[in-house]
Write a protein that binds this ligand. Structure first.
Ligand code: GLP
Length: 252
């Protein structure tokens, strides 16, 4: 796992956007895995700017998003699909045939998860998976717990995760769904390359454990250490505890 630290969140997001832009230019038919959350907003803004400025074609790009709230349709406020339409898909003109999303309102969530796994395989697999990280060390919606699930699956969200997502639902935690569909740890680890963006002091503990802590289901992101090609892009605040893993591990 390599880490790069930048003085500000904006610089970290811009650096990651530059990397992804280079990947798209080098391989226009890239299969790109994408995250949501507050952190990637600056990344998407920089990516959209870069694509427009450079006249980069995204006509052959394929995308797969990590997760979606259960019971939430794409046009409902709070949906991750809506978020992606707003910050990336519409601004760069990605069409429905290029976009892959877990359907939160699927009649049978289990079948929907299986369909998604098959779609990833049929695309040839994810070339570059962009990730964020929750302050509790979750990736996608793979929450800390006694076990982790390998494939795309239905998850129960932890209260802290529902709280941090409340902004999407008018600031009310009670309006945030209790469940979601998410790629599993195995789905994520199958991506050929993984890049993770984390900014802000509240991510520092999770970041230090992810990079140098023990592999544990108590911190799902620690399993990224098993992957051979992970770039972690941080601002100074998120990287603040990188030298202090022993202390952070004591608080698992
Ligand atoms: C959500 C998403 C994750 C994301 C996390 C952190 O739970 N499912 O993919 O990494 O939020 O979000 P933020 O960037 O808002 O801290």
């Amino acid at each position: 796992m390599t880490t790069r630290t930048f003085p500000t969140a904006g610089e970290a997001a811009a650096a990651l956007a530059g990397d992804v832009l280079n990947q798209i230019r080098a391989r226009p038919a890239l299969v790109l895995g994408l995250p949501t959350g507050r952190t990637p907003v600056a990344f998407y803004r920089a990516l959209v700017r870069g694509i427009r400025r450079g006249g980069t074609s995204v006509a052959d790009l394929t995308t797969f998003n990590l997760d979606e709230f259960l019971g939430v349709s794409p046009d409902q406020p709070g949906s991750y699909r809506g978020y992606m339409e707003r910050y990336l898909f519409r601004p760069v003109g990605l069409g429905p045939a290029q976009i892959n999303f877990l359907e939160g309102t699927a009649a049978d969530p289990r079948l929907e998860c299986e369909r998604y796994e098959r779609a990833i395989t049929a695309s040839g697999g994810i070339d570059v998976q962009v990730l964020g990280i929750g302050a509790n060390g979750h990736i996608g919606f793979n929450e800390p717990g006694e076990w982790l699930v390998l494939h795309t699956h239905r998850v129960t969200l932890r209260p802290e995760t529902r709280r941090t997502n409340a902004g999407l639902f008018g600031g009310h935690i009670d309006s945030v769904p209790r469940e979601a569909l998410s790629m599993g740890l195995g789905t994520i680890l199958r991506a050929r390359k993984i890049v993770l963006l984390a900014t802000g002091r509240e991510k520092a503990r999770a970041v230090s454990l992810m990079v140098r802590g023990p592999l544990t289901t108590a911190l799902p992101a620690s399993f990224l250490q098993l992957h051979g090609d992970v770039d972690v892009v941080l601002d100074d605040a998120a990287g603040a505890l990188l030298g202090d893993t022993t202390g952070a591990a004591a608080h698992l």
